[in-house]
Design a protein around this ligand. Structure first.
Ligand SMILES: Nc1nc2c(ncn2[C@@H]2O[C@H](COP(=O)(O)OP(=O)(O)OP(=O)(O)O)[C@@H](O)[C@H]2O)c(=O)[nH]1
Length: 399
């Protein structure tokens, strides 16, 4: 019996040792400052790094933005992103054509919106009840009242065409009308590249909307397009958010700047941009916190993050992440953010989990801001640039 117990104890110790060795080998970034409580932490794909003034890094969480602007600039020598021997970084696919590849994710929207419309419109003679059904279908998909009225009016003027249209013609017509209300002419370019400095992208939104995931997905897409990136974990409210972001970065060999939990988000954002400038990367992506108790607290914090970053140069893009499954509530929440910062683009996440794909239309109309990206799943590459026609095609599905 004693022998069995000793053997078991040895086995347990061996297992624990083995597991810790495996975890250690799995880390693809190195934490440069061991005293994370003292300030900003820089994690990167691999050492070495040279900083002219290590104290500048350690002191980066100092709250006074003026002192931050005057702090000595560290020289960050960004090495080529190479994993440790034996490990490989992910090679994400480029961003082009993703919406078409991911269109089946909109299946729930397809059946309620596209199929619903086609079923009614293919009836031989359209009565007032039928038109009401068209209206209800559009409203149920969260298209919004103004756009619904516009679509119905335009379709009504084409009743003669509808009466004789084949299935394919009808489908094309509905795709055309949906595309028209999706704002095909809006500028949806993501400002992720500047000629002589890194482009700075700030990502905002309420907690749980998918901000951190979106920042990670954008970083992957940029890497997939051959760009270099630095991440800033300015959501210091929740340590897990920074860990999560770091993991996204590690997987594609991207460096993350983070602060201690509860630290000053503006300092982390500043440090991330400064690191990006020193390393000469293409884009700095900054994740922010969305969980603040008061609206004014949130506004103050976001405003400060932007102001402090602007001491180094302009913020090129402010992306607002909205959860599509929250429908019109999301639009109400969005207004709080648009009051705090000038939002330049919307990312609508979780469109794979809702039958209300029409929310894209409502968000754009009510906020007056273009949807630039859509989240279509929890997978690392389930984020696509928004293209109105491809989206309308996906909503309607195949006849
Ligand atoms: N189905 C689906 N899930 C998504 C999508 N985008 C994000 N999620 C999920 O939404 C959840 C919340 O995402 P986070 O990125 O942690 O959200 P956050 O806004 O950063 O939240 P906080 O860090 O708490 O502020 C996670 O489980 C994500 O996997 C999407 O496009 N589709």
């Amino acid at each position: 019996m004693e022998f069995v117990l000793i053997a078991l104890a040895i086995l347990v110790v061996a297992l624990v040792l083995g597991a810790s060795l495996l975890v250690g080998r799995g880390r693809r970034t190195t934490r440069l400052d061991t005293d994370a409580a003292a300030g900003t932490t820089l994690t990167r794909p691999r050492p070495p790094v040279t900083t002219a003034d290590p104290a500048a890094q350690a002191g980066a969480t100092a709250v006074d933005p003026t002192s931050l602007a005057e702090a000595p600039t560290p020289t960050v020598d960004l090495p080529p992103a190479e994993p440790e021997p034996g490990l490989v970084f992910d090679t994400p696919p480029p961003s082009a054509g993703r919406l078409v590849r991911l269109r089946s994710r909109l299946a729930r929207s397809q059946s309620s919106l596209g199929r619903g419309l086609l079923t009614v419109l293919s009836r031989e003679k359209l009565t007032e009840d039928d038109w009401e059904e068209v209206e209800e279908t559009l409203l149920a998909a969260d298209v919004g009242l103004a756009a619904t009225t516009q679509i119905v009016q335009r379709l009504r003027t084409q009743t003669l065409v509808l009466a004789t249209a084949s299935g394919t013609q009808l489908r094309d017509l509905v795709v055309r009308e949906l595309t028209a209300v999706l704002g095909p002419d809006l500028d949806r370019t993501l400002a992720t590249e500047q000629p002589d400095r890194p482009a700075v992208v700030l990502v905002v939104g309420v907690n749980g909307a998918g901000k951190t995931t979106t920042v990670g997905k954008i970083a992957r897409a940029l890497v997939g397009d051959g760009r270099s990136v630095v991440l800033g974990a300015a959501d210091t409210f929740r340590a897990a958010a920074a860990d999560q972001l770091e993991t996204w970065g590690e997987r594609v060999g991207v460096l993350t700047v983070r602060g201690r939990e509860g630290g000053d988000p503006a300092s982390v954002a500043f440090e991330a941009v400064r690191t990006g400038i020193d390393a000469g990367v293409d884009t700095v992506l900054i994740d922010t916190a969305g969980r603040l108790h008061t609206k004014s607290g949130l506004m103050d914090e976001l405003g400060k993050v932007k102001r402090v970053v602007e001491k180094l140069g302009p913020v090129d893009e402010v992306l607002l992440v909205l959860d599509a499954t929250t429908g019109q509530n999301g639009v109400v929440q969005a207004r709080v953010f648009t009051e705090a910062v000038t939002v330049t683009g919307v990312v609508l996440t979780k469109l794979d989990g809702t039958a209300k794909g029409g929310i894209v239309v409502a968000v754009q109309r009510e906020l007056g801001i273009p949807v630039k990206l859509v989240g279509l799943g929890e997978g690392p590459d389930d984020l696509a640039p928004f293209e109105p026609e491809a989206f309308a095609e996906a909503l309607v599905g195949n006849v």
